[in-house]
Design a protein. Structure first.
Length: 323
């Protein structure tokens, strides 16, 4: 059974990889493209699904990143985002499509956190293109895009939509038996979320007299360190797909990062049981003050290790978004 923290992470972070699934089971054209699949047998699919379910309960929350950014006083950086005009460059393989769909999902969350409407709409359009290539979506523009555009100005509404997206994605993954695509997409989202976190971390001033900003910095460093729990599950899931796809370089990079994350200490895993379920909280401020700081005090990570992780995730991200 998932802990409250597990539910928090599950409900929120998977959203980066799952927004595309919000309308996946709705009606559509009879002339849909044939589904592009990485062919796996039933046993492989079941094993990947099991790894995904475990990893989802350990994933860090993008909404945690959103609420931390609101306190960090680090300004919005358009240049950190993947170029939305490059979506068509990733059509070559389903693996490339799924990885970059995850990247655009994470970028969408970042743009929404700052209420950058045009940038958010551009990323939404990119996710649409890649989702269509993966035969994941129906009625995308009339439903999902409309809902996002109408809620970008309200953070609490955005969080509520993210919750709903999670449940829709969970239903999609269970019913459509496409755990391979889900695992690859999650990897792209995870990498981009970590990349954005490290870029924010690099942007903090060396001297922080502001106690609020210092608290936010500590929280972001801890959130970076908490990725240690995620990596083994992602690697294990991807290794089940490796023989049928072009994932070797990605897996190799992740294994290097796993070695670096071994230097991070999660002090007391049992402490997570005392942290609240996000569904019991009323606004983003509560999430930041209660949950993020609880995690921050439970993770030991040095600036030197963060610097190593930053370099490694930059290399991983470049590999993912390269044409």
């Amino acid at each position: 059974m998932k802990t409250s923290t597990g539910r928090l992470f599950s409900n929120l972070v998977l959203s980066w990889a799952a927004i595309a699934a919000l309308q996946a089971c709705s009606g559509g054209s009879n002339e849909q493209k044939a589904v592009k699949e990485i062919k796996l047998d039933t046993v492989q699919t079941a094993e990947i699904s099991e790894k995904l379910e475990t990893s989802i309960s350990n994933l860090p929350s993008p909404v945690d990143v959103v609420t931390q950014l609101s306190l960090s006083k680090v300004s919005y950086k358009h240049e950190w985002l993947s170029n939305p005009n490059h979506a068509t460059n990733y059509y070559a393989t389903p693996t490339k499509q799924a990885l970059n769909l995850g990247v655009y999902m994470a970028d969408l969350g970042y743009t929404c956190s700052y209420f950058q409407v045009q940038d958010a709409v551009n990323r939404l359009a990119s996710t649409k293109k890649l989702s269509e290539e993966l035969s994941m979506l129906n009625n995308y523009e009339t439903s999902l895009m409309t809902r996002f555009e109408s809620n970008l100005k309200n953070r609490d509404s955005l969080i509520n939509i993210v919750r709903e997206v999670y449940y829709s994605a969970d239903d999609y993954l269970r019913k459509n038996k496409r755990a391979d695509v889900a695992a690859i997409m999650l990897t792209g989202a995870w990498a981009e979320g970590l990349y954005l976190s490290t870029q924010v971390n690099k942007s903090f001033p060396k001297s922080m007299a502001d106690s609020t900003q210092h608290k936010a910095h500590k929280s972001i460093m801890a959130q970076i360190g908490y990725q240690k729990k995620t990596l083994p599950y992602l690697i294990s899931a991807l290794e089940k797909i490796h023989s049928e796809s072009d994932l070797k370089e990605i897996i190799d990079k992740l294994k290097i990062m796993e070695g670096t994350f071994a230097k991070v200490e999660i002090k007391d895993p049992a402490l997570n049981d005392t942290l609240p379920d996000i569904t019991k909280l009323s606004d983003a401020g509560e999430i930041t003050d209660i949950t993020v700081l609880g995690i921050a005090n439970n993770v030991a990570i040095t600036p030197e290790v963060v610097a190593e992780i930053t370099k490694e995730v930059e290399e991983l991200r470049e590999l993912i978004i390269s044409k």
